[in-house]
Design a protein around this ligand. Structure first.
Ligand SMILES: Cc1cc2nc3c(=O)[nH]c(=O)nc-3n(C[C@H](O)[C@H](O)[C@H](O)COP(=O)(O)O)c2cc1C
Length: 305
């Protein structure tokens, strides 16, 4: 028997596999399609205080070994989420991670305070790393000072666990990671999508209405593994890895680089059961390595290097 249990700080997860924000709706859409006991958590679509329409279409385009998106953080807003989604989401079983965002620090405070009274939320995951949020004037997590300002403003207003989601679109992720840790983050999610662009040759213009977008899927996995590796070496808080995981073998890479848990995003868009499947595959990988627990893998590649 393989022990798939995992831990991110004081939060225990049934497995280290978490559905990544923006690729698993509000979780409920997948009920009946996936074995919930195999998921450690669900990170819901990035939530803001007010509903948001996101960017105009086209908002997604396939790329070799990945996809580019510029959804623009479309969501139903906190009030509708708390009323229509959270009560049933709480019955599914996996830990509930509320990915959230605002256009300004005040907006971040509003969404976090608006969720404070709700029961059953395990984690707030601050999205400071969307690569196409024009109101931000750039990626928030590309600036250590901005990262620290948002995280500390939120930290003083919530008792909840705070995971801060970082961006690969930076010169040195370790600087940003340390700033988030010092400002009060409990864990770091590494990473969001990589900025990119596809040109539609026939139409002679960018394929996405927004122009640029965020690249995800297997194409970005080596970038993500490296970002996790660097971040784990720079902070003492746990790191949750994300970027291009489509198999248990991929998840093992992230754990071996030092991640405490992993998020699965794009894979769920073509295989709704991907997070559960990947958890099952991970158990087989652990067994094939002659180990019996997730924690036997965590950081093991660091000792070898
Ligand atoms: C369609 C789409 C929507 C996304 N929306 C969000 C979001 O709302 N908040 C967020 O923090 N990340 C969002 N992400 C980023 C993913 O959560 C994840 O960090 C990234 O896609 C890398 O993982 P993957 O390669 O497994 O997809 C989104 C990604 C995709 C593909």
């Amino acid at each position: 028997m393989i022990d798939l249990s995992a831990r991110v700080g004081d939060l225990e997860l049934a497995t280290p596999i978490v559905a990544a924000s923006g690729t698993y709706g509000y979780g409920l859409e997948y009920d009946g399609l996936v074995d919930w006991s195999r998921l450690g958590g669900i990170s819901v679509k990035g939530l803001s205080a007010e509903p948001s329409k996101g960017h105009p279409a086209p908002r997604m385009v396939e790329t070799p070994a990945g996809m580019l998106n510029a959804i623009g953080l479309q969501n139903i807003g906190a009030e509708a989420f708390l009323r229509d989604k959270l009560p049933r989401l709480r019955t599914l079983g996996p830990r509930i991670i509320i990915n959230c965002w605002g256009n300004t620090t005040e907006d971040f405070i509003r969404i976090v305070e608006g969720l404070e009274a709700a029961e059953g939320i395990d984690v707030l995951e601050l999205n400071l790393s969307c690569p196409h949020k024009h109101e931000w004037g750039g990626v928030l997590a590309a600036d250590a000072g901005v990262t620290a300002a948002v995280v500390s403003a939120v930290r003083s207003r919530t008792r909840r666990r705070l995971w801060v989601k970082l961006s690969p679109n930076v010169t040195d992720i370790t600087e940003i990671a340390r700033a988030a840790e010092a400002a009060g983050a409990d864990a770091l999610t590494v990473m969001n999508t990589v900025r990119g662009m596809v040109i539609d040759v026939e139409k002679r213009r960018p394929a996405l209405a927004n122009g640029s977008g965020g690249l995800s899927g297997p194409a970005i996995r080596p970038v993500a593994v490296y970002m996790v590796w660097q971040t784990v070496g720079a902070v003492t808080i746990p790191v949750v890895g994300a970027g291009g995981i489509i198999s248990g073998h991929d998840a093992a890479e992230f754990l071996m680089a030092g991640a405490a848990a992993c998020q699965v995003g794009t894979a769920s868009l073509y295989d709704p059961a991907a997070p559960a499947r990947i958890a099952g595959e991970l158990a087989k990988v652990i067994a094939s390595l002659g180990e019996s627990r997730v924690r036997d893998l965590i950081g093991c590649a660091r000792k070898a290097s």
